[in-house]
Write a protein that binds this ligand. Structure first.
Ligand code: SF4
Length: 267
C-alpha cells in the first residue's frame, strides 16, 4: 500500500467517524511518525494493522459490551408466524408509511445471518431485504465468501421502511428488536454479521464513542450468538476504499466457521 492509499483510507475512515458524531481521534506519535515516513500500515482500533489484500466485490453499482435482555422463547414459534405478526404490526410509527413489511428471507438453517438497518425503497416495494444496489453488493460479498444468498439469512433490525430512508430511531429499533431476536432464536446461526453503525448500535449497547469504525473486526455477542460488525454495503458503494476491511471481517467469519477462504480477486 503506498502513501496515497493510506491517506485515502484514513480520509474515508475519518469522514465516517465524523458522520457518526465522533469529534476526535487519538493517534500515537509512533503512528504519526509511521504515516510521515510512508510506512505500509494503517491505523485501526488503536492498533497498527498490516496492509490487507484487497477484495473486489464488484463495482455494482474491545470495550465492555452490555447485551440487550434475552428474548423469552414463544411456544410453536416459526418464521412464518413472525412474518405474519410483522405484517400486522403497528408497534411503532414506521407502520404508517410502509408499503410492505420486510421480515427478511433466506435459509431456514443458516450458519450466518446478515442484519442491516432497515428496508429502502426497493425493499419496501418488493417486501424483500437487500434487493437494491446495496443488496447487489451484499450478494457479491456473500459470493466472495464462497456462499450464495440461499445459504444465509438476510434481514434488518426494523422491518418497515423509515420515510425518506432516514435512520431508524432507537425507540423504533427497540420496538422491532423482539422480532429479530425470535428469528435468531429459531435460526440458531453460528454468526450474526451486523452491517453498519445503525445495525450495530441497535443490536449491542456500545460504549460511548465506539462506532462501527472502531468496532468492526471485533467479535461481540448478540442473543448468545457471535456477532461480527462490519461496514454497510451502501457505505462501500460510496467508499470503495474500505472494501478491504470488510473482506478482512468476512474472512474472520469464515475462519470462525472453519470454512475455506476463497482466493482473493485482484482488481
Ligand atoms: S418497524 Fe417493526 S415495530 Fe415498527 S411497525 Fe414495523 S414491524 Fe412493527
Amino acid at each position: 500500500m503506498n502513501l496515497n492509499d493510506v491517506i485515502s483510507d484514513l480520509k474515508s475512515l475519518l469522514e465516517y467517524e465524523r458522520d457518526e458524531g465522533v469529534g476526535g481521534v487519538a493517534v500515537s506519535p509512533e503512528v504519526l511518525a509511521g504515516v510521515g515516513t510512508g510506512a505500509s500500515s494503517v491505523v485501526h482500533g488503536g492498533a497498527v494493522a498490516q496492509s490487507i489484500p484487497s477484495q473486489d466485490f464488484g463495482s455494482a453499482q474491545p470495550a465492555k459490551v452490555v447485551p440487550h435482555a434475552e428474548q423469552v422463547p414463544i411456544a410453536d414459534d416459526s418464521l412464518s408466524r413472525i412474518a405474519a405478526e410483522v405484517a400486522a404490526c403497528s408497534l411503532c410509527p414506521l407502520h404508517g408509511t410502509r408499503t410492505n413489511t420486510v421480515p427478511g428471507q433466506g435459509s431456514p438453517n443458516p450458519e450466518i445471518v446478515f442484519v442491516g438497518e432497515g428496508p429502502g425503497a426497493d425493499e419496501d416495494e418488493q417486501g424483500l431485504a437487500f434487493v437494491g444496489k446495496a443488496g447487489h453488493l451484499l450478494t457479491r460479498m456473500i459470493e466472495a465468501m464462497g456462499l450464495t444468498r440461499d445459504d444465509v439469512f438476510i434481514c434488518n433490525i426494523v422491518k418497515c421502511r423509515p420515510p425518506e430512508n432516514r435512520t431508524p430511531e432507537l425507540s423504533e429499533m427497540n420496538a422491532c428488536l423482539p422480532y429479530l431476536k425470535r428469528q435468531i432464536g429459531l435460526l440458531q446461526p453460528k454468526v450474526v454479521v451486523a452491517l453498519g453503525a445503525t445495525a450495530l448500535t441497535g443490536l449491542v449497547e456500545m460504549p460511548k464513542g465506539m462506532g462501527i469504525t472502531r468496532a468492526r473486526g471485533t467479535w461481540l455477542r448478540f442473543a448468545g450468538i457471535d456477532l461480527m460488525p462490519t461496514f454497510h454495503p451502501a457505505y462501500l458503494l460510496r467508499n470503495p476504499n474500505v472494501k478491504k476491511y470488510v473482506w478482512e471481517d468476512l474472512q474472520a467469519v469464515l475462519r470462525r466457521l472453519d470454512k475455506p477462504i476463497p482466493e482473493v480477486k485482484k482488481r
